[in-house]
Design a protein around this ligand. Structure first.
Ligand code: SF4
Ligand code: SF4
Length: 139
């Protein structure tokens, strides 16, 4: 009953595709391999990133460490490299508080293998297939 309600609220009202389960284990990996999505694109250009640093304070805390097929890869200067804890935990930005969100997948990212969170599909493949088949029958 409760699961059905949760499914309805997340799937139908908030239009989500995944449940988030699990907990943060504090490994710090998500703070050392970051992609930045600005509007609809993942940042690939260092010059664009430098300009955005003037507009968004959080970007000033990011340091470019690599570039791959997806885009620029950053690490956050606020991560304590020894303890793996966030040095500004209490004041950390909203994007960090909400992590991980399913938008991660829409930009081609994924959870780290060690992450304590899991993203589970709200609707099973069979449910989606049945829904699509019934839509076709109606037409
Ligand atoms: S502000 Fe803290 S939680 Fe957010 S990316 Fe940086 S170290 Fe991680
Ligand atoms: S990768 Fe997952 S478990 Fe590790 S710090 Fe980030 S959210 Fe927590």
């Amino acid at each position: 009953m409760l699961l059905g309600l949760k499914k309805f609220i997340l799937g139908k009202i908030f239009k989500k595709h995944y449940y988030r389960t699990g907990n943060c284990k504090g490994c710090g990996e998500c703070c050392t391999h970051i992609y930045v999505k600005h509007f609809k694109h993942v940042l690939k250009d260092e010059e664009e990133f430098k300009k955005l640093q003037f507009l968004f304070k959080f970007y000033s805390d990011l340091e470019i460490i690599d570039k791959d097929d997806l885009g620029l890869v950053f690490k956050c200067k606020n991560l304590d490299s020894e303890t793996k804890k966030c040095k500004i935990h209490f004041w950390r930005p909203g994007i960090c508080r909400r992590y991980p969100q399913e938008e991660l997948f829409s930009m081609g990212g994924k959870l780290s293998d060690n992450c304590g969170y899991k993203m589970e599909p709200i609707y099973s493949f069979e449910e989606i297939l049945t829904k699509e088949q019934s839509k076709r029958k109606i037409k």
